[in-house]
Design a protein around this ligand. Structure first.
Ligand SMILES: NC(=O)c1ccc[n+]([C@@H]2O[C@H](COP(=O)([O-])OP(=O)(O)OC[C@H]3O[C@@H](n4cnc5c(N)ncnc54)[C@H](OP(=O)(O)O)[C@@H]3O)[C@@H](O)[C@H]2O)c1
Length: 271
């Protein structure tokens, strides 16, 4: 069986990509289209979604559907479900969820942190509930949650973000365990710094240059789809034997926070 056939058989006929118009979401949509899986492409701006759908159709003949939805809105999942209609969804990629602010908790408006929570926790969970039910009945499908190494602990500039990503990790692990006997794959992909327009915009707003060694969105998408059946967790850039990644002792966690603080200062400056 070819790689294309197996992706299609396992995760077709349709995928939904939440946060699809650029960066890793766009890369997932392109990879899926290359495997002849059309996507329902979700983001807030129609222009980039239409451009991507046109690009995919020209390159592969695959016809995607677009829908403008704000994932932080309370009715986001409902709107996605309406856009999907009666299409059979075999894969949900929960991509959007970066923190566009990079601020200390008290220096940001509370609503911006609540929006981040809504995207990464509430809408993510509603969508998984909506799409995984039919997958469980069909005994096949996948949920791919794009997370962050920030899930392993807090640090300054990350209060809401790291908490959201930790929620998503625990949720993914639990769901992996529940859905495994039913043939549904669940993967939490903990990314490191990745060369997306959102990251570049954040760095730009702080007057900081992009750091060296950013992952490419294309590599993230290829690896994510390869690893989807090997859940519940994939750590970008870390080999399996680098244990101690999720320390439980207070002193190890404190040391980790200070190391994260140091890394954050290099990106965000000394706010
Ligand atoms: N980039 C990194 O260095 C990095 C590091 C670790 C983890 N990650 C994780 O990787 C994922 C992707 O990150 P990213 O850097 O590409 O930025 P992102 O803002 O999470 O994703 C960008 C995509 O999501 C859409 N989007 C953003 N907010 C949205 C909203 N409220 N409603 C609907 N669509 C929304 C954007 O289009 P519109 O603007 O048109 O809505 C765009 O298509 C996130 O989960 C992030 O936490 C990224």
């Amino acid at each position: 069986m070819s790689a294309t056939e197996s992706l299609q058989q396992r995760y077709g006929p349709w995928a939904v990509v939440a946060g699809a118009s650029e960066g890793t979401g766009r890369a997932f949509a392109l990879q899926l289209a290359a495997a002849q899986i059309p996507c329902v492409l979700i983001a807030r701006r129609q222009g980039p979604l239409t451009a991507l759908a046109d690009e995919i159709r020209a390159a592969t003949g695959v016809v995607c559907v677009t829908a403008t939805v704000d994932l932080s809105a309370v009715d986001a999942c409902e709107k996605i479900a309406t856009a999907v209609g009666s299409r059979e969804v075999g894969l949900f990629v929960c991509n959007a969820g970066a923190d566009p602010h990079g601020a200390h908790f008290l220096d940001g408006d509370i609503d911006q942190w609540i929006n981040l929570l809504n995207i990464n926790a509430v809408t993510m969970m509603r969508c998984c509930h909506h799409f995984a039910g039919p997958m469980r009945k069909r005994r096949r499908g996948g949920l791919l949650l794009v997370g962050s190494g920030a899930c392993y602990g807090g640090g300054s500039f990350m209060a809401a973000y790291s908490a959201c990503k930790a929620f998503e990790l625990c949720f993914a692990e639990s769901l992996w365990s529940e859905l495994r006997p039913h043939g549904v794959d669940v993967l939490y992909m903990a990314l490191g710094t990745t060369d997306t327009p959102a990251l570049r915009a954040l760095l730009d707003s702080k007057g900081m240059p992009p750091p060296a060694g950013l992952a490419s969105p294309e590599a993230v998408a290829v690896t994510g789809l390869e690893q989807l059946s090997c859940g519940p967790l994939y750590n970008w850039g870390f080999s399996e034997d680098e244990a101690g990644f999720a320390p439980t002792s207070p002193s190890a966690r404190r040391a980790r926070i200070l190391a994260v603080d140091e890394a954050s200062r290099r990106i965000f400056g000394d706010a």
